[in-house]
Each structure stands twice: as structure tokens, then as C-alpha cells.
Design a protein around this ligand. Sequence first.
Ligand code: 9MG
Length: 358
Amino acid sequence: MLIRPTGFVDSPFGHDGKVARLAGGLNWFSAVEAIEWDGSRRVSTELVSVERLYETIDNMPPDAQAAWDRLTATRQPLQLGDRTIRLDQPQVMGILNVTPDSFSDGGQFADPSSAVEAGVRMASQGAGILDVGGESTRPGASQVWAQDEIERVRPVVERLATSGAAVSIDTRKSEVMSAALQSGARLVNDVSALTFDPRSAETVAAASAPVILMHHLGPPETMQQDPRYDDVLVEVYLWLEERIAAAEAAGIDRSRILIDPGFGFGKTVAHNLELMNGLALFHSFGCPIVVGASRKRTIGALSNEAPADHRLGGSIAFALKAVEQGAQILRVHDVPETVQALRIWRGLRDQALTPRLG
Ligand code: 9MG
């Protein structure tokens, strides 16, 4: 059985026994959708109140009990070198693509110096993590040789890490992971979820580095050619469950695994919207959730084909929808604007979570 938290409430006060805290964060929920599946697809869905769940949890199947425990457990902070990234509140990861492709989505920098400058600025604007990548994984993008990718990212990683920033390396290749980790990166962001390079899992395990496992359907070259699912939420969940198990089998501790549903990676607009609406399901892995919806095509599709650099409003709307469901890390292009939106969101949460006196 899969359980998806729903029925989010402003405040837990006055609702003892009727609400539960999501992942030790700032959100409380009053019900779950209990999804029965037959091994690969959904058989039934039932709305169960948290109150009833507390009464019946001891009689529920062990997988549902384990999912419940993980849903509600506090997430430990992410230790990235000297930097401690709290995961009981949302964090911003700034996108820094060091690629020579045309400057189309605002996250791309043709040379290391401008990437470092932008990274330092993003950190000062509130990005807790900087995600440095040297290969475009946009639909239809072509591959880059590992050595070329290393030459692009290494100077940027080195200089940002030296400046004290928490740096993540966005790559699918073990050689790039190794080079970046040696240069000061502390987190691996692999959009292939360690499936692209057979040596990547052992590389991450040997470095004891945390890793983001992202869902995708097919390689970037072809992933947007008619992607199909019977039930996108359940299928992405089950796929990530397998990838977490594979990573653990390779020696990566679960406490070092972050997951990401992979918006836009082998998904139609309808798939992306369904995944975003159902995002809280993924908390039952007990792993922090990373969301990358910033400036993605779905926003253009829903806003008269607005070009990538005119998708700020849609990016913020997705970011807020994600944090309402407890997402811990938002991977974004527009750092100051997202940080400001999160501050307002945080102010609203703090007000709702302040007990009234008298
Ligand atoms: C590199 N990259 C591009 N899109 C991404 C997303 O949605 N998530 C993560 N983790 N990485 C992404």
C-alpha cells in the first residue's frame, strides 16, 4: 500500500490526534490517500483520515506502517563539507550550467569566470547549494565527452567550494563525479539516478557523498518523444523505490539519498501536473525531496508558450506548490525571487504555527 498525505491544514493547534506533521517540516496533514496497487498499477484509492489511521496503523500491512514512520520522521540536516543544510525548512539550490550552448534559459554560463561570479551572487542571495553542470540534459541535447565536461566544471567547482559554498555536481558520469568531488563538490546530482554509468554508484559510495536520484523515462535525446505511463505517480514511485534499493545495495547509505520525480524528463504536461499534485507521496521513502520545475516547458505550455526567460511566475507557482507539500530542496534559476517567495511562505507558516495566548 502507498500512502499519500493530503488535506493539509494551516495549524495543528486544536487538532490533537487528527493531524500529523510531514517529514518533521512546517506542514501538517489531516488525511492520506491509501493507494492499493497490484505490483505495478493502482487497484484502488481510499481517503483515510489521520485520526482513523492512528487507530488502525497497528493492523495495517508492514509496508504501510514503514511508509507511515518514514513520512512523519524528521529529516536529518544534510552535511555538505562544513555547511549544514537544514531540511526542516525549504532550501534553494541555484542552477549553474557551464555549457557553451546558446544562452537560452538563464542558467547557462559560457565561461568559468562568469559562472563563478553568478554562483557567488546566488549564494549571497540565499541559495544554500549551487548545482554546477557541464552537460545539457534538456530534451534533444547531445552528449559531451567526460574530459570536456571535467574541464568545464572543475574550475567552477574549485573556486565556489573555496569561497565556502556548498557545491553539488550535476552529472551522469563517474569520472566527472570523481573529479568534482576531489575539487570540493559535496553532493552528486545525477539525472540518470546512477543508471547511465555503471561505475557511478561505486564512485558515490566510495566518496560517502550524498546523491540525488532523479526519475527519467529514456535518455535525454528521446525522452520527450511520446512518453507514456498507465499511472505516472505510482510508476515514478516504484521506479524510484528500485533505484533507492540499487543505490543501497551498492553501499550508499539511505541517509545520503535524496530523490527527485524528474519534472520534464520523459513526461507530458499532464504527467508533470499529476506528479506535482501528488508530490507528497514521495515522502514515504524517508528521503529529502528535490524539485526542479524552474522555467520548464510545462510552464510555457500553460502560458501561451512563454519563452524560458519569461517563466518566473510559473516557476514560483510550482515552487510554492512543492513546498506546500513539504519539498525540501528547490532547484531554480531565479534565486532571489524564489528566496523572497519562500520568505513570505515562511512568514505565513510561522504565523499559523504560533500558538495564540489566552
Ligand atoms: C540537471 N537537472 C535538470 N533538471 C533537473 C531536475 O528537475 N532535477 C534535478 N535534480 N536535476 C535536474
